[in-house]
Design a protein around this ligand. Structure first.
Ligand SMILES: *Cc1c(COP(=O)(O)O)cnc(C)c1O
Length: 410
């Protein structure tokens, strides 16, 4: 008799996007001629860069020739990609990494979700609120959440990110062992300064806290003063794991490639207080359960770091950030409050007018402007009263949506 991991049974269904789809469908049935624009999607729309495609085509041909065919990738990824990451993403920002600290994967969602494998079930976990749901749900599966009470898990520590703290969390007074941070943030679009990040790193150093730092949106940072990596803060290698992805940076959501940095200085503890290298544990975990990202994909990712690839990828990011600027101005012009985001992230976090709920505003905007957003409350209790819009759509749709919202609000 196979007993199940009953922690899975605690998870409520993932109703957010299903609920949205259902409401949009119902609206379309009632208004068959209405064209609905979605600014709710968290997926990219621009095609892969030419340099990436060329590299992948070349890799396919190599795979078709017995002389250059490749089988399994090295456990942590190919040296050509790891070296490019170390040089272009870190050394260029004053961070020195050892190749053995970089783990290539099929994306950041897998890594943020799987990292719990190497951590005890008894850790107390802190999350910012609102949040990317993967951090919470994977800890529910891992048995660290407790029970769901009033839309909060009893054993998780929720650190609110609200207008009052300008969506940058304040250090809580409750003890925790593991903390998830994501900057630039999904869903609020907030970005963190070096000083604010340093406070968290220092707090983690003083209290033996492990920070899971999700930097999936670092490529969208426009402000030259903002840190792209947590390791730009002194001694962060002693307390933080960093997740990165080519998904949003280079349109790899369908190609699948990301990487995780687990520094060799990073220590976990046994119950007896002995220290253990988290790098070794993660290496062991990946070696057992993961057989690598495809050669073709890794060659495609490597091309992002060539001069041509870098320029092409930058152009796509500029396109999305151009959308964000148009949206930010358009929404403000329509009388809405963009509470956060749009400057260093492809997300805009909009306060609903007159204190209406996230879902009520979602419906009002759908019916009034035929524009779809994502209700903020779907990302956590502190998201109530907000709606998230993304700048990942086409320029035409963004402009049309802003016009509609303007007319509707007037
Ligand atoms: C999109 C996203 C990722 C990237 O996920 P992939 O699995 O690499 O596609 C990671 N973290 C956050 C917060 C995201 O929004």
């Amino acid at each position: 008799m196979a007993l199940v991991n009953e922690h899975f049974l605690k998870l409520p269904g993932n109703y957010l996007f299903a609920d949205i789809a259902k409401r949009v469908q119902t609206f379309k049935r009632m208004h068959p001629k209405a064209e609905v624009i979605s600014l709710g999607i968290g997926d990219v729309t621009r095609p892969l860069a030419q340099a990436v495609r060329d590299a992948m085509h070349g890799a396919v041909d190599e795979m078709g020739d017995a002389g250059t065919f490749r089988g399994y990738s090295p456990d942590q990824g190919y040296a050509f990609l790891i070296d490019a990451i170390v040089k272009h993403d870190y050394a260029s920002r004053g961070v020195s990494l050892d190749a053995g600290e970089v783990f290539i994967s099929d994306g950041a969602k897998s890594d943020c979700g799987n990292i719990g494998d190497i951590l005890s079930q008894d850790n107390c976990v802190g999350v910012t609120d609102p949040i990317y749901p993967v951090y919470v749900d994977s800890n529910v599966m891992g048995g660290r959440s407790g029970e769901l009470e009033d839309s909060k898990w009893s054993n998780l520590i929720y650190i609110p990110c609200t207008e009052k703290n300008r969506f940058i969390p304040e250090i809580p007074d409750r003890r925790m062992d593991v903390l998830y941070l994501c900057y630039p943030n999904n869903p609020t679009g907030a970005s963190i300064t070096r000083e604010a990040l340093k406070k968290w790193v220092d707090y983690a150093l003083e209290n033996n806290i492990l920070i899971m730092y999700d930097a999936a949106y670092e490529a969208f940072i426009q402000d030259p003063e903002m840190p792209h990596s947590i390791y730009e803060v002194k001694d962060a290698k002693k307390v933080a794991i960093e997740f990165r992805s080519f998904s949003k940076t280079a349109g790899f959501t369908g190609v699948r490639c990301g990487y995780t940095i687990v520094p060799k200085d990073l220590k976990g503890f046994t119950v007896n207080g002995e220290t253990v290298s988290l790098n070794q544990l993660w290496s062991r975990r990946q070696g057992t359960k993961f057989n690598g990202t495809s050669y073709i994909t890794q060659r495609g990712a490597e091309a992002v770091y060539t001069p041509e690839g870098a320029a092409q990828v930058k152009e796509v990011i500029a396109y999305y950030m151009g959308n964000a600027r148009i949206m930010k101005e358009g929404l403000a012009g329509a009388g809405l409050t963009v509470a956060s985001g749009g400057d260093n992230a492809p997300y805009l976090w909009i306060k609903t007018p007159d204190g209406v709920s996230s879902w009520a505003f979602f419906d009002q905007m759908l019916h009034g402007a035929r524009v779809v957003g994502t209700p903020g409350v779907g990302f956590g209790p502190s998201g109530e009263g907000y709606i998230r819009l993304t700048s990942f759509g086409t320029r035409e749709n963004c402009m049309e949506a802003m016009e509609r919202i303007y007319k509707w609000m007037k």
